[in-house]
Ligand binder design. Structure first.
Ligand code: NDP
Ligand code: MG
Length: 390
């Protein structure tokens, strides 16, 4: 029996992880669940899975959850710090980090310090502080198992290849809902249009990141740390069918790809069950339904975010942290209709030019850089609104 802590159980990844666990109740046990505000869903999930502890990070929802679970032997905690406390308990074997954004960093580090296996969905953790996180994981002998579908694909391709060098990898990208569109079109796109992803159903933040190609930029940085590669070893290729989830090319030129229907339950299950594979009844891939698999270059001139992410990766230090914080602000501002789609990259680029940059940061530097960047990004958005009211 593997005991799982799910951080972010009300989200897209969190709820799909619970589906995987529901179908394999003899293999997995839930010891922790967490949400930010969705008290109703947390109460419902806790009544079904009976974890030892739950966290509602927004303190305003604590009383609702406490009341909803009264009479059950479940500890109810609140506040972000509680995430760091619950992951280190003895009855946790694997921590699935399925919260969205920078808030995943500290609990992930706490779990690593306590020697827990990490099933990593929260890519922002590696984007912000990949070097620090991987270094601590190596020192502690902790496995970081990718949940992101592209990285899970690479990880699966690498099984049995210990000692064989990677020449390069290709991360596949669907291209999102605006593939092939020009800047004139993108100026006017609405939130509703941007939230319509052609192949995947995901949380709002990552769906906007996919539409703006920032998601692929974050994934390039994530891959750099997970697989210890240089930026020039990581290619991005647009593959609109999302059937090949990514590929590895070895030193002899041989390429391995992992394929399947686009369904996050598979990479989630692979990480939780690793190194084994579990039988399931998920939808199977049918070649005849996909007579054509196509590939294109990404358009990094229109979708500047991917180029900005490569730049941040090359600079290392706190630059990816600046990129990430600015992106979290602009995505939230876009979702609230306070900024246009194309302005997102402009704000990120300005933050990368203006926020103080630290070449060899410690944890505290990341926390301060994140705050400084958020302040600046919000100010820039306010300036924009004065000039171009929308
Ligand atoms: P969702 O927005 O669907 O869910 C986010 C989860 O995090 C919810 O449980 C939410 O709680 C919680 N949360 C939000 N804000 C905070 C906060 N400040 N503190 C603590 N918890 C918080 O996101 P996804 O499931 O789509 O994505 C989760 C992570 O996985 C992201 O890093 C994403 O990039 C990554 N990922 C997602 C994929 C997908 O298919 N969805 C694919 C690959 C990676 P509440 O509901 O109460 O707000
Ligand atoms: Mg992905």
């Amino acid at each position: 029996m593997k005991n799982i802590a799910i951080l972010g159980s009300s989200g897209s990844i969190g709820t799909q992880a619970l589906e995987v666990i529901r179908q394999n109740s003899g293999v997995f046990n839930v010891s922790v669940l967490s949400v930010h505000q969705n008290a109703d869903l947390l109460i419902q999930q806790a009544k079904e899975f009976l974890p030892a502890r739950v966290v509602v990070t927004d303190p305003d929802r604590y009383n609702d959850v406490k009341q909803g679970l009264s009479g059950l032997d479940i500890d109810v905690l609140s506040g972000e710090e509680s995430l760091c406390e619950v992951v280190v308990q003895d009855d946790v074997d694997i921590v699935l980090t399925a919260v969205v954004g920078f808030c995943g960093l500290r609990p992930t580090l706490a779990a690593i310090e306590a020697g827990k296996i990490i099933a990593l969905a929260n890519k922002e953790t590696l984007v912000v502080a990949g070097q620090l996180v991987m270094q601590r994981a190596r020192q502690k002998g902790v496995a970081i198992l990718p949940v992101d579908s592209e990285h899970s694909a690479i990880f699966q391709c690498l099984a049995g290849e210990e000692g064989n060098n990677i020449e390069k990898i290709a991360l596949t990208a669907s291209g999102g809902p605006f593939r092939g569109k020009d800047s004139a079109f993108l100026q006017g796109v609405t939130v509703k249009l941007a939230l319509k992803h052609p192949n995947w159903s995901m949380g709002a933040k990552i769906t906007i990141d996919s539409a703006s190609l920032m998601n692929k930029g974050l994934e390039v940085i994530e891959a750099r740390w997970l697989f210890d590669l240089r930026a020039d070893q990581i290619d991005v290729i647009v593959h609109p069918q999302s059937v090949i989830h990514s590929m590895v090319q070895f030193e002899d030129g041989s390429m391995k790809a992992q394929m399947g229907v686009p369904d996050m339950k598979l990479p989630i299950q692979y990480a939780l069950a690793y190194p084994g594979r579990l039988r399931n009844d998920f939808l199977r891939f049918d070649f005849l339904k996909y007579p054509e698999l196509t590939f294109e270059q990404p358009d990094v001139t229109t979708f500047k975010n991917l180029a900005l992410a490569y730049k941040a990766l090359q600079m290392e230090g706190t630059m990816p942290c600046i990129l990430n914080a600015a992106n979290e602000v602009v995505v939230s501002e876009f979702l609230n209709e306070r900024i246009g789609f194309m302005e997102m990259s402009d704000v990120i680029e300005r933050c990368m030019n203006e926020v103080s940059y630290i070449r060899q940061p410690a944890l505290q530097d990341f926390l301060e850089t994140d705050e400084e960047t958020r302040r600046l990004a919000k100010n820039i958005v306010t300036e924009f609104k004065k000039v171009y009211p929308i």
